[in-house]
Design a protein around this ligand. Structure first.
Ligand code: HDE
Length: 751
């Protein structure tokens, strides 16, 4: 599968490169050697700037499959003259119609009223959860090896299916920061030839609740307090910990949130999980149970907590920007879809694990994740609102061969998603929006309703009919491709509000997760619990959560208790030691360098001879070099992308020092300048901060020439992950080798 994934990735990227080369004709303004565009508004009509390469939108057609708009680059500015919404040309849009130059505005001014009214209604309600997100278009290619368990066409060998993905946080509002500690949504719409399949997953494989009826409870607890509406987009507050400490089935999900999984480095380095068990069927009619996984090509990788906090202020759009920039620069994010497959036994269990309990995982060591296809994200949205905001996912959007199970969480979700779109998107026709339209024929006989875009022909939108020739017809039993719910036995019983006893174990897998972490990751978890509980005011809530931690692990509990200044309680249950699952840890593996950010600090007055070679080698390795200089403009003939004022370490995966830049005029005095110390006062204090942070966050640092002395002046001497001396390109090679592991793990302090 590794080779298959590599070939598929190269095939998709190769095709895109050809397409981009075609689109690059005529030359794109702003590209090297092309005249920059005039910035003032032109007085003569001329063609708008061309769309950026690969900014494709989904095909524009009606719900009945006919083309609605012949203009492939449909957007507001595509004609010469400004018009009203009904097409009348306008001569002026800057002055309202007044009774004399200094007189009152007239009610008669239709253009004024139309313009303002439309503006007044530009916003729609944000999603009740997952409001903050970023989307991208992609393509999924099946490997064909899933045929033995699932007949869905999009999984067949070589079948290419367009996709749209939306990544999100859960708790925050639309404008909240990206890097908060939270679960991330990973929702994918596959526009398959058999209709849309939506895999609406998260980056955490378990959920807070076992029954969907409790969703409003967990979300009300996690959202800001109803009185002051703070804190925004985070779980570090009383109501959240009140709920999860009382409702112990939430402890497993909470542990994942407190681990590094709660603060991903990038959407590109995040796993995705379907969470629930699904039922699938092959051509022969045999059914299996499966769990869906997305595995990122770049490996799973997270921020440090300090980076996450800094980014909340410095670049709240960090994940959004990272995704868009990576796609724009051709470092296409890629994820393999994988299946864990289980026999469809009547109990729906795998060993001791209840497959209908969404608070449990099946460790990969017990059931390997088998890769069945690859998704490459190849294009940014053309319009955020039209696509990312209006995309409407639904776990009930299934295709032949895939069905939901009786997991009580997914059962409630099957109701919730259409329901929420009705108020969010204002009516029942949201599947006609371009981003939601299937890329296959739709013949649903749904009619009318708010925002109806289709002009349906025919007089008989009912079945049976003879007036429209009996159309459309049912797919008969002999016809391929019809969707049917898969036959699954329902356990007979009395109607009850209850759950099986197997759902009662709330702690064994939480302990298993904790025991599967490396020492560094355990340290991060201890600090996360200590921070979050430290932000709670109510003593009783802290004590109750400490009791939960005692039921997970004695050391975890005692270290958090020490941080809170409280006694560590004894466990109230017998601890169960399940085998650790090494696959849960992020530490240890080496990953490809694609799209990693390498900051190169330059001194315009220093030796720049190696700069060109280092830049080219960085590009050659698939990474992005960003020059950081004391001022904008150019250094050594290359553009300076960041200045000491705009750069901050959190953006970079590694920092290289190509010189010893003296303090620029806009620098504040160095910390030790007053003391007259010769050390770091010699170089710009912002560069010192950059290096200190990069070092503290365990990033690889490299220096050559004068850079070596500057590094020492900043207090960084020999240490793991510090590559010094030799030529610039040699240093880069050393840096790149260590970057494969994401961080220099041995530099993290451990208790
Ligand atoms: Fe969702 N969830 N959810 N959820 N969910 C929504 O639908 C809901 C759950 C997930 O980028 C809403 O269109 C209920 C699990 C993602 O547009 C809403 C329950 C998982 C997204 C809703 C769950 C998810 C949503 C809000 C408990 C991971 C963002 C806006 C039964 C497997 C999709 C919307 C996007 C969004 C309901 C639990 C993932 C209200 C009732 C478990 C990724 O319908």
């Amino acid at each position: 599968p590794k080779q298959l994934a590599k070939d598929t990735f190269e095939k998709v990227v190769g095709r895109l490169a050809e397409k981009a080369a075609e689109l690059a004709e005529p030359p794109v303004p702003g590209a090297p050697g092309v005249e920059p565009p005039q910035l003032e508004e032109p007085t003569e009509p001329r063609a708008p700037l061309p769309p950026k390469p690969d900014q494709g939108a989904p095909e524009l057609r009606t719900a009945t499959g006919t083309e609605v708009d012949a203009k492939p680059d449909a957007r507001a500015q595509h004609e010469t003259y400004l018009t009203t919404s009904t097409g009348a040309r306008l001569r002026d849009t800057d002055h309202s119609l007044k009774a004399g130059e200094r007189g009152p505005t007239l009610l008669q001014d239709h253009h004024l009223r139309e313009k303002i009214t439309h503006f007044d209604h530009e916003r729609i309600p944000e999603r009740v959860v997952h409001a903050r997100g970023a989307g991208a278009h992609g393509v999924f290619v099946g490997y064909g090896n899933a045929d033995s368990v699932c007949k869905a066409t999009f999984l067949r060998e070589g079948v290419e299916t367009p996709t749209f993905v939306r990544f999100s946080t859960v708790l925050g509002s639309r404008g909240s920061a990206d890097t908060v500690r939270d679960t991330r949504g990973f929702a994918t719409k596959f526009y398959t030839s058999e209709g849309n399949f939506d895999l609406v997953g998260n980056n955490i494989p378990v959920f807070f609740i076992q029954d969907g009826i409790k969703f409003p409870d967990v979300i009300h607890a996690g959202k800001p307090h109803p009185d002051r509406e703070i804190p925004q987009a985070q779980s570090a507050h009383d109501t959240f910990w009140d709920f999860v400490s009382l409702h112990t089935e939430a402890q497993h999900h909470t542990m994942w949130n407190m681990s590094d999984r709660g603060i991903p480095r990038s959407y590109r380095t995040m796993e995705g999980f379907g969470v629930h068990t699904f039922r699938v069927e092959n051509d022969a009619g045999d059914t299996s149970l499966v769990k869906f996984h997305w595995k990122p090509r770049l490996g799973v990788h997270s921020l440090t907590w300090e980076e996450a906090q800094l980014l909340g202020g410095i670049d709240p759009d960090f994940h959004r920007r990272d995704l868009y920039d990576a796609i724009e620069s051709g470092a296409y994010p890629a994820y393999e879809l994988g299946l864990q497959v289980f026999p469809d036994n009547p109990e729906q269990v795998f060993g001791d694990i209840d497959l209908l309990d969404p608070t449990k995982i099946v460790p990969e060591e017990l059931a390997p994740v088998q890769p069945v296809g690859l998704m490459v994200l190849t294009a940014n949205p053309t319009n955020f609102f039209a696509e990312t905001e209006q995309v409407a996912f639904h776990v009930g959007h299934l295709v032949p061969g895939i069905d939901a199970t009786d997991d009580p969480l997914v059962q409630a979700r099957l109701f919730s998603y259409v329901d929420t779109q009705l108020s969010r998107l204002g009516g029942p026709n949201f599947n006609q929006l371009p981003v939601n339209r299937p890329h296959t024929e739709v013949n649903d006989m749904f009619r009318d309703g708010f925002h109806q875009h289709a002009v349906h022909a025919g007089v008989a939108p009912y079945k049976p009919n003879s007036l429209d020739g009996g159309c459309p017809f049912h797919a008969g039993a002999d016809l391929e491709g019809s969707f049917e719910h898969l036959p699954a036995k329902v356990a007979a019983g009395t109607k009850v509000r209850a759950q099986p006893a197997s759902f009662d174990d709330h702690f064994s897998q939480v302990r298993q997760f904790w025991l599967s972490m490396s020492p560094v990751e355990q340290e991060h978890i201890i600090r996360a619990y200590t921070f979050e509980l430290g932000k709670c005011y109510e003593q009783v809530i802290k004590e109750r959560q400490l009791q939960c931690l005692a039921n997970i692990d004695a050391r975890l509990c005692s270290e958090v208790a020490t941080g809170l200044g409280l006694p560590a309680p004894q466990p109230s249950i017998e601890l169960v030691d399940l085998d650790p699952s090494p696959a849960l840890s992020q530490v240890g593996e080496a990953w490809p360098p694609d799209g990693r950010m390498v900051g190169i600090v330059v001194d315009p007055d220093g030796d720049l001879s190696a700069l060109s070679a280092v830049r080219s080698a960085t590009f050659g390795a698939g990474m992005v070099p960003l020059l950081i200089g004391p001022h904008g403009g150019e250094v050594g003939g290359f553009p300076v992308q960041r200045t000491f004022a705009t750069a901050r370490s959190v953006e970079f995966d590694a920092v290289l020092l190509a010189g010893a830049p003296v303090p620029a005029p806009d620098a504040l005095p160095a910390r030790d300048a007053k003391a007259g110390a010769a050390s770091s006062a010699a170089i710009d204090p912002r560069v010192v901060l950059l290096l200190e942070e990069a070092f503290r966050h365990c990033k690889v640092i490299g220096a050559w020439g004068d850079g070596v002395a500057a590094l020492e002046a900043a207090g960084i001497t020999e240490a793991p992950g510090v590559v010094r001396g030799g030529s610039g390109p040699d240093v880069l090679t050393g840096v790149q080798e260590q970057m494969a592991f994401h961080r220099v793990w041995e530099r993290f302090p451990q208790s």
